[in-house]
Design a protein around this ligand. Sequence first.
Ligand SMILES: *Cc1c(COP(=O)(O)O)cnc(C)c1O
Length: 478
Amino acid sequence: MKNEPPQELLRRIPAVDQLLLRPAIASWVESTGHEFIVAEIQRLLAEVRAAILSEDADAGTTPEQLEAALGARLGRRLRPGLGPVINASGVILHTNLGRAPLSDGARETLSAHSAGYTNLEYDLSEGKRSQRDKLIQPLLREVLGCEDAAVVNNNAAAVYLILDTLARGREVIVSRGELVEIGGSFRIPEIMARSGALLREVGTTNKTRIGDYESALNENTALLLKVHPSNYRMHGFTEKPALEALVDLARRRRVPLVEDIGSGCLVDLRPYGIADEPTVQASLSSGVDLISFSGDKLLGGPQAGIIAGARSLVEPIRKNPLMRTYRVDKLVYGALEATLGSYRFGRAAAEIPVVRMIAMTVEETRRRARRFARRLRPRLPGGAAVHLVEGESVVGGGSCPESALPSILVSLESEAVRPGLIESRLRSLDPPVIIRIEGDRALVDLRTVLPVQEKVLAESLLEVVSPGFEPAPGPQGG
Ligand SMILES: *Cc1c(COP(=O)(O)O)cnc(C)c1O
């Protein structure tokens, strides 16, 4: 073939109509559309012609080769942009992987709410329009122990709305130790500047005392803001006032104390070895006037921002015209309501995947890893092996950076396939599998793998170390 003159090769290319008669291609026409497939064939043939003329590739011109090339092309083109992945990285709240997986209850609610109509803004007893915020309020008040609450699109929006509503043109006192960047360019000073609030920095990076807040207070102070440092911690020569001291100062000087608490932890995680995450309820009951947090971090629900606290502060935020630009839809309300329902009945550790993953003991991870390795071993190709190794999972998502969770991990080794190649091959599968490389080892952390995914995960690991591995047609393949 290689030595044939280009003109000869070009003549061999079949006509579009001839290709359309092939049963496989006809079935693709059925499942997509005639025009779409014809256009794809035309583009493919144009590429093949160009390859022949530039003589830089041996382009297949038989109908079989063209059908295969078209199949690969369609596989790439029709794969949805967003799809499920298996998270075997051990990072529980992996922001790049969509943070919290939802509970079964939330999933069922989503499917029930999505296909039809709901009473989102409809008062069923009056038969009139109502507010979407109203439906979930009693549950939020009950679970969080607050007077009032509002839900927006995410916590970044919540912080922005709080500042815009309560502090536009006035001063907000923040410790220099808390002027943090959360990631994704959410920087407290920049958000503050955009909202029109005036940042009044106090203290130093490592030490801020109650007296620093006190001497910065003046008649133009709108609020005291405390920011959870998220994935950043300071050690050594540091100091910050106790929350109680800030509450006391805010009361005495009659300014609201607002806390961006970040993660929205609703259960005490200390029994699971996590000491550096304050709960929402503890903050509110110690007297913080208003707090905001994410719905999809430790709370374990959908992406949302929750603003909770004194009615006198929540109500003006709800009335802010910008609220309309951050409102959430029926699906978010539904998933959030179902998630909060698990907390109401003390069933978070049983029902919320994020809490369940955190609560998993090292013994449980060992049992699971052992069972998984036992299932894999008899089927591994020659030169490949799995071993159990001690390691750590992390909460992630800017929560509890100090607290690693001891876990037993599965290390996949192969004489023929380097760890980096194992990792990238796993990423190319459908569904993609995300693992981590540590000290030149490919490590699988089952803590973040849902039990229903274990079987597919096992097949995926076997596949990427097998001698016959073929990269799937993906954006980089074909
Ligand atoms: C994560 C985080 C945010 C941003 O929350 P999103 O819900 O991701 O918008 C803001 N503040 C703190 C302290 C955080 O940890």
